[in-house]
Design a protein around this ligand. Structure first.
Ligand SMILES: [Zn+2]
Length: 154
């Protein structure tokens, strides 16, 4: 099974930071960059995605499930979405998706990424993953650690 969570989302362009956080939490969160609302609606229906937006105009469209995100602040946005949709992020699904591409990360042998990470990271970390699309390398170090702290606060 490639899908780690049941709920899938499509976010309109003003919610880029929220999209990244949903990916960190393990959700399939795609990002809609255009202005064409009907294409957004069609995509959401076809891919069975919940629309997250700050655009009130979109909420008038019948069909897909739409959540109007109220706050401008990403921490409040995360809270609202989790509460309103009764999401239960599971720790084992977190940090398994590229925050840029929304693609599931693959484990990669340590020897293969030696040239791509700082030396101290290479020496102190054991497990690495990378994104099959953009090739970015991830590890359980500082950025995941900070993200965990941040989510703990929320
Ligand atoms: Zn990527």
């Amino acid at each position: 099974m490639s899908r780690s969570q049941g709920d899938k989302f499509i976010l309109t362009k003003e919610l880029g930071r929220l999209a990244k956080w949903l990916r960190i939490l393990g959700y399939d969160a795609s990002f809609y960059r255009q202005d064409n609302v009907s294409t957004l609606i069609i995509t959401a229906l076809r891919e069975e995605r919940i629309i997250l937006t700050r655009n009130l105009r979109i909420s008038r469209f019948p069909g897909p499930k739409i959540v109007i995100v109220k706050s401008d602040f990403v921490n409040k946005q995360i809270k609202q979405v989790i509460r309103q949709l009764k999401l239960k992020p599971r720790p084992k699904d977190m940090f398994r998706r590229c925050v840029i591409c929304n693609v599931e990360l693959k484990e990669i042998a340590k020897t293969r990424i030696k040239s791509k990470v700082p030396e101290y990271v290479y020496k102190t970390q054991k497990d690495f993953t990378n994104c099959p699309r953009c090739k970015k390398v991830y590890w359980q170090g500082t950025h995941w650690g900070n993200a965990k702290k941040y989510l703990g606060k929320i």
